[in-house]
Design a protein around this ligand. Structure first.
Ligand SMILES: Cc1cc2nc3c(=O)[nH]c(=O)nc-3n(C[C@H](O)[C@H](O)[C@H](O)COP(=O)(O)OP(=O)(O)OC[C@H]3O[C@@H](n4cnc5c(N)ncnc54)[C@H](O)[C@@H]3O)c2cc1C
Length: 304
């Protein structure tokens, strides 16, 4: 079967693109290597999506996915490893085996967390070092935990963890750069200690995680922050390596698009955190998805 559009990635960008495409009477395939929702599935609270007040990320993801299903969007699991641009029909090759065909493609594969790359990190990655407070925070009930980073994600997740853990230690290379209201909230919590301008040296422990050695970038003083585990929020990197042969990535690995979310390959569009832009948020991902779908509708119409 040839779909009008195949959307790779079912985060906020992909799901919004699916909704707009289905409402434009396109036959839509929405593909993801994981369950639908993207990064918001693992976000405790979203407080800046218009009209929602404060909403749990997973709840918002479910609402978005239900919306796609009400409109008849086909969802399937698949890790796309290649797009063969062809002529008017694009082929999507999946790691799991199947291939899919569509007249147009929207890439909405988002980002993944950056790692520190310091000694000890790989020994504890996935056990005592995590990138998802929602998934793993419950292990630290009444324990001590380190949060690394000072941006919005780090501060929001530190606030969440402070509600579970006995103590949360925030270590950041610069000062806290998150929204001032979130920083104020974190600083006011009695069980949070913040170390600003500290560089991460190594994770400590042989079989059991013991803590993190840090060094002040101001005084050179080294400290051992003892804890039972750590969460890293030091930024994100694009999930687009598999599309590099299409020649649509910039030097940082993000996809270049124009204002219509079109890449330079006819019929291939991109939306959300994966594109080169300044603000990576749910609301901007949704906006990109809507624009991409409208552009695809025109592209498919012109193929007739
Ligand atoms: C901890 C944290 C807290 C955040 N808090 C907020 C907040 O409070 N407010 C806010 O507005 N934003 C917040 N964000 C940012 C927000 O989550 C993102 O901007 C948004 O999810 C981007 O949506 P997206 O659809 O572009 O990508 P994503 O949500 O990253 O979704 C991409 C999807 O693509 C899939 N995928 C990737 N590669 C492939 C492949 N090859 N084949 C098939 N599927 C693939 C992934 O599995 C994923 O489901 C937060 C992010 C993090 C990490």
């Amino acid at each position: 079967m040839t779909y009008d559009v195949a959307i790779i990635g079912s985060g906020p960008a992909g799901m919004t693109a699916a909704i707009y495409a289905a409402r434009a009477n396109l036959n839509v395939l929405l593909l993801d290597k994981l369950a639908p929702g993207g990064q918001i599935v693992n976000t405790f609270e979203i407080q800046n999506y218009t009209g929602m007040g404060t909403i749990n990320g997973a709840d918002l993801a479910i609402k978005m996915f239900e919306h796609t299903q009400e409109l008849g969007v086909t969802f399937d699991y698949g890790t796309v490893t290649e797009i063969q641009p062809g002529g008017n029909i694009k082929k999507l090759i999946c790691e799991e085996g199947p291939t899919f065909e569509a007249k147009a493609v929207i890439i909405a594969t988002g980002t993944k967390p950056r790692m520190l790359g310091i000694p000890g990190e790989l020994d504890f990655a996935g056990s005592s070092i995590s990138w998802c407070a929602i998934c793993d925070g419950a292990h630290y009930r009444d324990k001590k935990v380190i949060v690394i980073g000072g941006g919005n994600s780090a501060v929001e997740e530190a606030i969440y963890l402070a509600g579970l853990a006995e103590e949360v230690i925030v270590a950041t290379l610069f000062n806290l750069t998150a929204d001032p209201s979130a920083c104020d909230k974190l600083r006011a919590l009695p069980n949070v200690k913040i170390y600003e301008y500290y560089e991460n040296i190594e994770f400590l422990g042989t079989n059991k995680f013991e803590g993190l050695k840090v060094k002040s970038t101001k005084t050179g003083e080294e400290l051992v922050l003892k804890a039972d585990g750590a969460f890293e929020y030091i930024g994100l990197k694009p999930t687009a390596e598999v599309f590099k042969d299409l020649g649509i990535l910039n030097d940082y690995g993000y996809i270049e698009t124009d204002a219509y979310m079109a890449t330079k390959v006819p019929g291939i569009y991109a939306a959300g955190d994966i594109i080169s832009k300044h603000l990576r948020q749910v609301i901007t991902a949704c906006a990109d998805g809507a624009i991409a779908a409208q552009s695809v509708a025109k592209y498919v119409e012109n193929l007739k």
